[in-house]
Design a binder for this molecule. Structure first.
Ligand SMILES: [Zn+2]
Ligand SMILES: [Zn+2]
Length: 745
């Protein structure tokens, strides 16, 4: 709305006052004016202005000091004596102030804000809003060519919605110039020096989970086990937490963080945060303090307040940061954080798909957010916005990214860390996500749909509308009633339906068609399609191979240089991109070598599976049928081990006709504990024989349409028992082997 009224005023003035030409047909009378005393960031702003105007117009404007250029033909960068005179009543902003003003006086345009970044943002705002430049990623910038550009009056003032904006996507983290253009202002890599040479990444946060490495058991445990968590009668010697009630722990932590602050003076906030585990100290003193202050967070604030008091005189402009995370997430009682303490509240347990006030999984977090907001002078949010179990999987938080940021802003958050694929570049639509989050942290009220349209049209060209169509599809399928999702999603999650994959791939086929003649755009669309191909290979490689899903994933992984697919091994998903491609290669090999089996000349009509049950102790399915006679025989509706789960030492032989609906390669998958062997038309296709914990076996079989004899031998030795059998068929069926395809012999 604000921009609209600015536009309206600009149009009115254009009609009434005539206009000023910045450039026309490769010519310009303008000079960029910047004080010799300007900060490096402001001088950089002047060079960015010159470079991007050149990209747009072909004209390279001269850069001069404050006495340079002709009156009415100047682009004046930074707050200086000219600004003071030309804009009466204006006040020089403090260096850290990221807000900016862009205004014209006659033909002169003035760009100013805080000297660290505000002025730079005034320049970027001009380049984006007036000249149409876009920075979509560190690699993709757009500077639309213009023959001429003129203006009558410019008046723009903007302030950041969130003061500290930390966009934790790898492409942003590793590219300070891009980060600056997106108006992010953070870097939190320990040892990396924020400052003047990294425009846009100057508000540092030193460390994370720092208590875990400021005082380690290796250094202190032998002489002082009492410094560490007391649990079940002993002090823990491994990675746990500190005994916060111990005065020596407070003294050492204070000394250590003071040294860190002296040695790394460029950061704004210094981590005094719990280690990444839940093993807090349960000694009597710690428990007493926790009880007094309303829980573990109360004890934490009590401790961190004392550290903050101790360093305050020496570092009056710095902050001590601590977590409200897992066991410290609830706000404390009868204690409040000091003015120089930052509380970093983490949304890790939240449902990403719904608003905080519209999802039962988020009610508790919303309460914590409000409770902390009421007592913390500096609340900072660590927000999780992607799937860390498998980075590339579709995540339907397109709407909620914005509403969550608004909730943070409305609850007085001074900063947000948006944690994305910080280790790699494999998130679904990662360029769009990183861009969108930057825009929303700057202006939480921005129109999300308009932003998505702006980005997708600019980044995907004629395919942009299809990418939006895919986002709408994903949103409608993944956010069906009853589906909730935190930031650890498995590829086997039932919300990833066949419909999502098949309809989504249809949309991407149209998208690729629309940009078929442009290799660059075509590649970008392929990258956007990769998550669906990954899912398809996971769910139904038969169709995946048929439709080239494996090849597309391979091309994208290699082209984008994707190395990892998950945050850690612990996620249960596929971690190394190399392993994923190796798996595909192995699958492709067995796909090619799938045995061909002709249909039998039979026509069974009664559904069911005949079975023989065995009892006894065997080590293989062969031993079972050689040594024993069945104790029971009968008919079951489908293949299942119909036995009490605690029983051991039994087995089954199942026998039926399986109906192939169409010609082509079918995939059978068995997960068994213990042994299982599958035969089709007398050919052994899966062998998981022997006594073992759950194992998975996969077979591709090229079946002629019609009936095939399916036999399955299974035995349970001892402990766990399991027998699951799945089918992926070329006509698209994918799921547990269905009863309606099985017939009694
Ligand atoms: Zn303790
Ligand atoms: Zn939810």
């Amino acid at each position: 709305m604000k921009n609209l009224s600015i536009l309206a005023i600009a149009i009115l003035l254009a009609v009434s006052c005539g206009s000023h030409k910045l450039f026309k047909d490769g010519q310009s009378d303008y000079t960029i004016v910047v004080s010799e005393d300007a900060t490096p960031s402001e001088k950089y702003a002047a060079s960015e202005l010159r470079n991007w105007i050149k990209e747009v117009s072909g004209v390279e404007l001269p850069v001069a000091g404050l006495d340079g250029g002709k009156k009415g033909k100047r682009l004046i960068v930074g707050y200086n004596t000219l600004t003071e005179t030309m804009v009466p009543g204006s006040v020089k902003p403090v260096d850290r102030d990221d807000s900016f003003t862009l205004t014209s006086k006659g033909g002169d345009i003035l760009f100013w804000g805080g000297a660290n970044r505000g002025t730079l943002y005034a320049v970027y705002s001009f380049l984006e809003e007036e000249l149409g430049c876009r920075w979509f990623s560190s690699k993709v910038s757009v500077a639309p060519h213009k023959d001429s550009w003129e203006f009558s009056q410019l008046d723009r003032h903007e302030e950041p919605g969130i003061i500290i904006r930390d966009n934790c996507y790898l492409d942003v983290r590793e590219n300070p110039a891009f980060s600056g253009r997106m108006r992010n202002n953070f870097v939190n890599l320990p040892g990396e020096k924020p400052g003047e040479t990294l425009p846009g990444t100057a508000e540092g946060y030193w460390g994370v989970h720092a208590m875990g490495y400021l005082m380690t058991p290796e250094e202190y445990y032998a002489e002082h086990p009492e410094y560490f968590s007391f649990r079940d009668g002993e002090r823990l010697s491994g990675y746990s937490q500190l005994c916060l009630s111990n005065p020596d722990v407070l003294r050492i932590c204070t000394e250590k963080i003071r040294n860190v602050m002296r040695q790394n003076p460029d950061f704004l906030i210094y981590s005094m945060e719990q280690g990444d585990n839940r093993l807090y100290c349960q000694c009597e003193e710690c428990e007493t303090l926790a009880e007094k202050y309303g829980g573990q967070s109360g004890l934490m604030v009590w401790f961190v307040n004392q550290v903050a008091d101790a360093v305050k005189d020496e570092f009056p402009d710095k902050f001590i940061g601590t977590f409200a995370y897992q066991y410290t997430r609830h706000a404390p009682k009868d204690i409040v954080p000091r003015d120089n303490v930052v509380i970093r509240l983490c949304s890790i347990e939240c449902c990403m798909f719904h608003d905080y006030d519209d999802c039962e999984q988020n009610v508790a977090f919303m309460k914590d957010l409000k409770d902390w907001s009421a007592i913390a002078p500096n609340l900072y949010i660590w927000d999780y916005v992607t799937d860390f179990a498998q980075y590339c999987l579709p995540v339907a938080n397109w709407k909620t990214m914005a509403t969550h940021i608004k909730d943070f802003r409305d609850n007085n958050a001074i900063g947000i860390l948006e944690e994305g694929d910080y280790q790699t570049v494999s998130c679904e639509l990662r360029e769009l996500r990183a861009w969108l989050l930057s825009k929303l942290m700057w202006n939480p009220d921005a129109d999300v749909d308009a932003l998505i349209e702006d980005f997708t049209d600019g980044y995907y060209g004629a395919a942009g509308k299809y990418v939006r169509e895919y986002i709408a599809l994903s949103d409608s399928i993944l956010r069906r009633p009853g589906i909730h999702s935190d930031c650890y999603i498995d590829a086997s999650d039932p919300m990833y339906t066949d419909e999502l994959i098949s309809e989504g791939r249809k949309i991407f086929a149209a998208a690729k068609e629309a940009v078929a003649s442009d290799k660059v755009l075509h590649d970008r669309v392929e990258t956007a399609e990769m998550p669906l191909c990954f899912l398809q290979m996971h769910k139904n490689p038969v169709v995946g191979f048929q439709e080239g899903a494996d090849a597309l994933v391979r091309r994208v992984v290699e082209r984008e240089g994707i190395n990892r697919m998950a945050e850690g091994e612990w996620s249960g998903g596929i971690m190394e991109a190399k392993h994923l491609l190796d798996n595909y290669a192995k699958l492709a090999e067995s796909f090619k070598e799938a045995p061909q089996l002709s249909a039998a000349d039979v026509n069974p009509t009664v559904h069911g599976v005949s079975f023989q049950k065995y009892e006894g102790s065997f080590m293989t399915t062969s031993q079972m049928v050689w040594r024993e006679d069945p104790v029971h025989e009968g008919i079951l509706p489908f293949i299942k081990i119909d036995t009490e789960p605690e029983l051991d030492h039994f087995g089954y032989v199942f026998d039926c006709w399986f109906k192939a609906e169409v010609d082509g390669i079918h995939q059978f998958k068995i997960v068994s504990d213990d042994g299982a062997v599958l035969y089709l038309d007398g050919t052994e296709v899966i062998n998981l024989d022997g006594s073992h914990s759950p194992k998975t076996g996969i077979a591709f079989v090229n079946l002629q349409k019609g009936f095939h004899r399916l036999k399955l031998r299974y035995f349970e030795d001892c402990e766990g028992q399991m027998l699951d059998i799945y089918l992926a068929a070329p006509e698209g069926f994918n799921g547990p082997l269905p009863a309606n395809r099985l017939f009694i012999p």
